[in-house]
Design a protein around this ligand. Structure first.
Ligand code: SDX
Length: 435
């Protein structure tokens, strides 16, 4: 039975020439419903065309829901605001990957598993030697992640639940160590080993900022702020890097290879690299005298390629709910660390001017997750080249959850989009003498 509203109908009718095709509509629990075009090419010879996939669902998923119009984000049904206020990153990682909030016993076991896999193989110390000291930490993280698979051949058993579980735990445990050591390599300091008596985020801070020559005390408020940032970055349904992880995983490449591809996709300044680009922009504004209006005008100029990093989003046409939480956390961290970040004041002015500018209002461009996150990373002491590494550590459980859901789904086939060919028609080869 079809109803008038397109989103509650059970089928869509497509008329092509004299042919009429009925296409079923797939209803979600919330948000978008979809026209299932699985039989379109077979029945009509036509395919659909949707560059950037703005109107195309690649899968059904039960992991993360977001509503771009109302600025809603939920992990496995739990609102991000509640998880940010009450949960921890490892608990959220468990929720995303295994589908339910863990019992105390389940969480303790997961935390213990992660804690006891934080060391990377000692031979990998030499892996870092092959990079120049100014290597970008995202290049090191992506290559180190796929490189780790050489030490764990069981990761090739992608349909063995025990092999998958230990691979998941190793990745979550080792990515912070890999990231921290890429930073130590960049600044020429000794590698700092993880400590089993520290929590996940405190351990990352320890490996990043401790030196063998003196004691290093983790500031619990800073560890708490980092844990919050990791929660907020943990998943975001079918974004570019997650879609990449799913695509690579659909070829039955192992999880290390799939995650490494996701890290590379995240690096781009239109995606996770925007947090680093925001700081670049704010530093340019300060160096240029601090006038934000000039840079807002530059971002609006169609003839200028400059875009305001940290603003706009493919899905959110309202405030990114994560940006709101991060902005208030940034104020707390600046107070807790005593960091006097002149960039935060510029960022607030920039946000204020942009939000009241017709160009941004008409295009529904709001601050996204990357606009204020860099303030917190800076206040903590991370160099801006490490910001996207932190984003990757946060997004890892989401990538893993999406890969696992894809691998377990009977719907899954190897990803292989089609195209509309617009090149030359068939033509005969011409010898070079005749060209
Ligand atoms: C992340 O997908 C996810 O979920 C990603 C993410 C996640 O958690 O995984 O949320 C993380 O990647 C956040 C986004 C980080 N990127 C940036 O902050 C880079 C700056 N933002 C833009 O490049 C842009 O907004 C995108 C890439 C994020 C989204 O681009 P869209 O939706 O494809 O929008 P568009 O490029 O079609 O722009 C529509 C209009 C254009 O103007 P007109 O052609 O209509 O005149 O808005 C303009 C754009 O020029 N526009 C901007 C702008 N973003 C869009 N103008 C100035 N500054 C900007 N930031």
């Amino acid at each position: 039975m079809t109803t008038d509203s397109p989103t509650r109908a059970d089928a869509a009718s497509l008329r092509v020439g004299g042919q009429e095709l009925e296409l079923p509509i797939v209803h979600g629990t919330d948000g978008d419903d979809a026209v299932d075009i699985g039989k379109l090419r077979g029945e009509t010879g036509l395919i659909t065309l949707d560059p950037g996939y703005g109107n195309t669902g690649a899968c059904t998923s039960a992991i993360t829901f977001l509503d771009g119009e109302d600025g809603i984000l939920r992990y496995r049904g739990y609102p991000i605001e509640q998880l940010a206020a009450q949960s921890t990153f490892l608990e959220v990682a468990y929720l995303l990957i295994w589908g339910e909030l863990p019992t105390r016993e389940q969480l303790d076991r997961f935390v213990s598993e992660v804690t006891h896999h934080t060391l990377i193989r000692e031979e990998m110390r030499h892996f870092f030697d092959s990079f120049p000291s100014d290597a970008h930490p995202m290049a090191v993280l992506a290559s180190g992640t796929v490189g780790m698979s050489n030490f764990y051949p069981d990761s090739q058993n992608i349909f063995d639940p025990d092999a998958v579980e230990i691979t998941i735990n190793r990745l979550i445990a080792k990515l912070p160590t890999l990231a921290a050591w890429s930073f130590k390599k960049a600044i020429g300091q000794p590698y700092v080993y993880p400590r089993n008596d520290l929590g996940y985020s405190a351990n990352l801070l320890h490996m990043m900022f401790a030196v063998p020559s003196e004691a290093y005390e983790v500031n619990p408020k800073v560890a708490e702020a980092l844990d919050l940032l990791l929660i907020l970055h943990a998943d975001h349904e079918q974004n570019a890097s997650t879609a990449t992880v799913r695509m690579v995983g659909s070829t039955h490449a192992n999880l290390y290879a799939s995650i490494s591809a996701g890290i590379s996709a995240l690096w781009g300044p239109l995606h996770g690299g925007a947090n680093e680009a925001v700081i670049d922009t704010l530093e340019r504004i300060v160096a240029d005298g601090g006038s934000v209006q000039k840079w807002v005008d530059k971002a609006k100029d169609p003839n200028d390629t400059f875009r305001l990093a940290g603003f706009g989003h493919r899905i959110y046409r309202n405030f990114d709910p994560r940006a709101k939480i991060i902005k208030s956390a940034a104020e707390r961290v600046l107070a807790a660390t005593g960091a006097d970040d002149d960039l935060f004041e510029v960022a607030q002015r920039l946000e204020d001017v942009a939000l009241n500018d017709e160009y941004f209002i008409s295009r529904k461009l709001y601050p996204n997750v990357d606009f204020y996150s860099g303030m917190i990373y800076r206040a903590i002491g991370f160099p801006k080249t490490m910001f996207t590494n932190c984003f990757a550590i946060g997004r890892l459980p989401g990538w893993i959850a999406q890969w696992k859901e894809m691998m377990e789904s009977p719907e899954t086939k190897i990803g292989r989009p089609r195209q509309v060919y617009i090149g030359p028609d068939t033509r005969a080869y011409v010898a070079i003498e005749q060209r």
